[in-house]
Design a binder for this molecule. Structure first.
Ligand code: ATP
Ligand code: MG
Length: 203
């Protein structure tokens, strides 16, 4: 299975979500293969830190790859080996993002509840993703993950309005939010989103 974490906007929690998913999945015993497709290599640096502190589980591999062809080929190769592949992407629309989406069984889109972030999420989900799906000839399911990292007061009316706007396109929303300042080492949601949901491939 290939999970691509994407939204064409910087600083919304893509890499944080990749680290969380990879940690939870490895902790559950999956063989996890993370592809860092962002040329700034934040995930690759995380990998080096895990190595340095002796914290990297044996069933977690992390590789930085920056050309569209290599992203697609490596993701498919590791998927064929039965690994759970998770791809981190750069916060912009480029060929690397297209390749990562082209390979994916599911696209996971982190969303802050703020108008600009919702607009970026909608642009990806209703613009870019349908084009990728049309190109490869089968659907690409999408899931939003709310990141609980918002400046808006929890009780504010605006928050309910924003929730309504993001829900307008009918995309599924993960049952778990990404908590504020989630410590990666200890993140073990009660109902790990996605992994328990049993997505099946459609090709
Ligand atoms: N749930 C969260 N709680 C608190 N801070 C968060 C959370 N998610 C992300 N952040 C912080 O927001 C910043 C951006 O997060 P992150 O690097 O994951 O975003 P990104 O989408 O990968 O950014 P980029 O597009 O630059 O790669 C970081 O400083 C990160 O620590
Ligand atoms: Mg990032």
């Amino acid at each position: 299975m290939i999970i691509t974490v994407a939204v064409a906007k910087g600083g919304v929690g893509k890499s944080t979500l990749v680290r969380a998913l990879a940690s939870v999945a490895a902790d559950q015993g999956h063989n996890v293969f993370v592809i860092d497709a962002d040329e700034r290599k934040n995930i690759d640096r995380w990998s080096m830190l895990l190595d340095r502190f002796g914290n990297k589980p044996d069933n977690l591999e992390i590789v930085a790859v920056t050309t569209p062809t290599d992203i697609l080929a490596l993701a498919q190769e590791q998927d064929r080996k039965g690994k759970l592949v998770i791809i981190d992407t750069e916060g912009k629309t480029n060929d690397e993002l297209t390749a990562a989406l082209f390979a994916a069984d599911i696209a996971v889109v982190p969303v802050h509840l703020a108008m600009d972030d919702i607009t970026a999420a909608h642009q990806l989900v209703n613009g870019h993703i349908p084009l990728v799906a049309e190109n490869r000839g089968f659907a690409l399911p999408v899931m939003y993950v709310f990141t609980n990292n918002t400046v808006i007061d929890k009780r504010a009316r605006a928050l309910a309005d924003l929730r309504e706007i993001i829900q307008q396109d009918g995309t599924r929303i993960a049952s778990e939010e990404m908590p504020y300042r989630m410590p990666t080492r200890t993140c073990r949601p009660a109902r790990p989103f996605m992994l328990a949901a049993g997505w099946t491939r459609r090709r």
